[in-house]
Design a protein around this ligand. Structure first.
Ligand code: GDP
Ligand code: ZN
Length: 346
């Protein structure tokens, strides 16, 4: 007989209702001595932010952002998943644990995109993360290296370590060909994983890599992100016997960014599928410095600065012509260069 699992929302609800003696005590202390409580934003939907306390039983407060707020973030979303915040408990509300956020802490590492549209503002997808997994698939939809190159720059700007994961290798005619196609990233020391969620292939090494870390899972729709997270959660739930008889549905569907705890200290941040990705905080002249395969060549360019597009005696162009720099990477560079000023994405 197949086992059934609690879906994510049910798990959250149950966690919230499970006001253990410890959490009641915490609340009493807070109520007797109103002060700021520190927690981490695990989901942000409109003005409602779920904030989890850093206690073992992971108590969640439903908070709002209102009035004056102390935040170091300018021209970015006020609060995002992964933010550490301070809030004031709402004592008037007897029925749910609720509060008002009054401070957002500095974001250490983050993954951001340029807000689509004309406004030049930063949209931080997740903050205080260790890794971002660029989750793509071998086929249906086929991965796009121009998008990978763009995403890698996004990770570098936010100081987050990137991982490339290609799912659905069961649909590929040759896994070796994909591995060869991605060799350029191996040379740049970016970990790449070829997996099949359906066939449970290649999952373990990826899981090991993100163990005890906070990892954002990011990519287009339909590549298997939800299936991957469900698989990981299922395995973990199996281990801790968190089995529900009530529902056989998937653990969750992804319509907003949310932070999910897995086995041990592993934390995953799930995000909805993207259709476009604009780089935040990038200008044409600095772009080449994010193409590390160009690093050893551009000091030799005759002109400084050099765009590496039309200048004579350009060492980067020479290296492309000699086959020392990968042609597709160079084409990516030009593609991104040309789209930096005018809201066109990959
Ligand atoms: P998401 O939009 O990225 O969250 O993708 P989903 O997890 O919803 O998966 C999209 C489709 O791809 C579903 O029909 C999955 O069953 C299918 N899928 C997921 N992983 C694999 C895989 O490893 N191999 C194949 N062939 N299909 C997969
Ligand atoms: Zn040059």
């Amino acid at each position: 007989m197949s086992k059934k699992y609690l879906n994510f929302d049910e798990l959250q609800k149950r966690e919230k209702l499970k006001l253990s003696t410890k959490s009641k005590l915490i609340r009493k202390t807070i109520n007797n001595n109103p002060q700021y409580i520190r927690g981490r934003a695990i989901s942000v939907i409109g003005k409602t932010v779920q904030v989890e306390l850093d206690t073992n039983d992971k108590i969640v407060y439903e908070c709002i952002v209102s009035g004056r707020i102390n935040s170091p973030h300018i021209r970015a979303n006020i609060v995002c998943v992964g933010d550490y915040v301070k809030f004031l408990v709402d004592e008037a509300n007897e029925h749910i644990l609720s509060g008002r956020i009054i401070e957002i802490e500095e974001r250490i590492r983050k993954f951001s995109r340029k807000l689509p549209g004309k406004n030049y503002s930063e949209h931080v997808i997740a903050a205080n993360i260790d890794y971002v997994v660029f989750f793509l698939s071998a086929f249906d939809p086929a991965y796009n290296k121009k998008l990978i190159d763009r995403l890698l720059i996004g990770a570098e700007i936010g100081l987050v370590k990137p991982i490339i994961c290609i799912n659905k290798i069961d649909l590929a005619s040759s896994t070796k060909e994909i591995a060869k196609d991605l060799e350029v990233y191996d040379k740049l020391n970016i970990p790449t994983f070829l997996i099949s969620v359906n066939q449970n292939k290649g999952i373990k090494p990826l899981k090991k890599m993100i163990q005890d870390k906070t990892t954002l899972i990011f990519g287009p729709s339909g590549v298997g992100k939800s299936s991957f997270i469900n698989l990981i959660l299922k395995n973990d739930l199996q281990k801790v016997s968190e089995v529900s008889e009530k529902t056989g549905k998937g653990l969750h569907t992804t319509s907003f960014v949310k932070l999910i705890h897995c086995e041990k200290n592993t934390t995953i941040i799930d995000s909805p599928g993207i259709r476009e990705f604009g780089l935040w905080d990038m200008d044409k002249l600095n772009l080449c410095f994010h193409f590390h395969d160009f690093d050893k060549y551009y000091p030799e360019c005759k002109f400084k600065p050099c765009t590496h597009i039309h200048e004579p005696n350009c060492a980067v162009i020479n290296a492309v012509e000699n086959g020392e720099i990968d042609l597709e990477r160079y084409q990516s560079y030009i593609n991104i260069y040309e789209t930096i000023d005018d809201d066109i994405y990959f």
